[in-house]
Design a protein around this ligand. Structure first.
Ligand code: ACO
Length: 329
């Protein structure tokens, strides 16, 4: 049976930079604290007229181009985001309209694990013949739900978008295995409490800042490492591979300490084979981070023929996942 491949990638980062030094003037923090605890030096912020859909569209156009396709080749759009333009209609529909194409389009919410959940769905769609060219867009305007007076979260998050085209035909990264997980018992540890049907917008919810993201960072941290490692091991077992068969690791760019702790568990990989520069430049961009990292790695031309890349992510829900792909040039 033919295997699904990532045949094109793209990413988009807004131009505006928010440095740790800027944050020092906004909340009680320091560049030293932020760098030591997170590895983040700066992050990008969308302008007022930039949205999840417009950033996603920019990344999507690049991915379609990179796949040597035209928008009309795309027959399904999946958008992974926790910051949609609207609760409805979906951001996927807005992107579909802006691309001027037809076919199904829907949003899928798995927080920071969204790119990997998207890969799993797209792989199933193209391998069972339902669609030919599935566009996955992961895009986040996290600055719209971050409280810039809360030092525990505002230093962490940034805005940005990534996209890829998944297809059976063409050269690219074969999607060999994807494993997903979730554990809803921890929903409260990372949550946007207001704006949904449980707490619709009222003056009170706004006064209580319920429309801002809330995170118990240190609790999330512990679960993240354990679940990302086990998802990677599930993929390895699925393919009857050893750890040593992995050439590159792209962990969700949530925090440099999480990346380092995870890298220690796959200690055959040298430092340059574990992608970690994205967290430093862009902060935690949630669903987009793996796609941005993958796009930059591919464009640098560092991944050799037949090398295997592992992606792994963890996010609100909790949700997590991992995927192993092989470069088929
Ligand atoms: N500057 C200075 N001090 C700070 C700051 C700051 N920006 N933020 C918190 N502190 C203080 C705290 O108040 C606390 O002080 P106290 O001991 O006097 O109470 C102290 O620093 C330690 O706080 P912790 O929360 O324990 O700090 P930690 O080392 O855990 O770092 C961080 C916080 C960076 C958020 C980290 O926990 C983290 O990255 N967690 C994982 C996040 C993640 O992976 N999220 C999942 C994906 S995101 C998604 O799905 C949307």
């Amino acid at each position: 049976m033919k295997q699904a491949k990532i045949v094109g990638t793209g990413s988009y980062l807004p131009q505006k930079i928010l440095t740790n030094f800027d944050l020092q003037n906004m909340v009680e923090t320091s560049d030293e604290w932020i760098v030591t605890r997170t590895g983040i030096h700066e992050r990008r912020l969308a302008q007022e007229n930039e949205f999840t859909s417009t950033m996603g569209l920019a990344a999507a156009k690049k991915a379609i181009d990179d796949a040597q396709k035209i928008p009309q080749d795309i027959d399904c759009i999946i958008v992974a985001t926790l910051t949609p333009d609207y609760i409805f209609p979906s951001t996927a529909c807005l992107i579909q309209h802006a691309l001027g194409i037809n076919g199904p389009a829907f949003d899928m919410q798995a927080a920071c694990s969204g790119y990997i959940y998207g890969l799993s769905i797209a792989k199933a769609f193209v391998e069972n013949g339902q669609y030919k060219n599935v566009l996955i867009v992961a895009s986040e305007k996290l600055s719209s739900i971050v409280d810039y007076s809360d030092r525990t979260t505002c230093v962490v998050f940034g805005d940005g978008a990534a996209a890829c085209v998944v297809s059976l035909e063409g050269k690219g990264l074969s999607i060999d295995s994807v494993k997903l997980g979730a554990s809803g018992e921890y929903a409260d540890l990372l949550i946007l409490p207001g704006g949904g049907c449980r707490h619709p917008a009222t003056h009170e919810t706004v006064d209580q800042k319920m429309h801002y993201l809330r995170m118990k960072g240190n609790e999330v941290f512990k679960h993240a490492i354990r679940n990302m490692e086990s998802a990677v091991r599930e993929c390895l077992a699925d393919l009857h591979l050893e750890e040593s068969n992995i050439d590159w690791l792209i962990p969700h760019q949530a925090n440099k300490r999480i990346i380092d702790a995870l890298a220690k568990r796959f200690s055959h990989l040298s430092e340059e084979k574990v992608v970690q520069n994205v967290i430093s430049k862009y902060g935690n961009t949630s669903a987009s981070s793996i796609g941005i990292a993958l796009d930059e790695l591919r464009k640098e031309g560092k991944v050799q023929h037949h090398e295997k890349i592992v992606f792994t992510a963890f996010g609100a829900g909790f949700t997590w996942g991992a995927a192993i792909v092989t470069n088929q040039k």
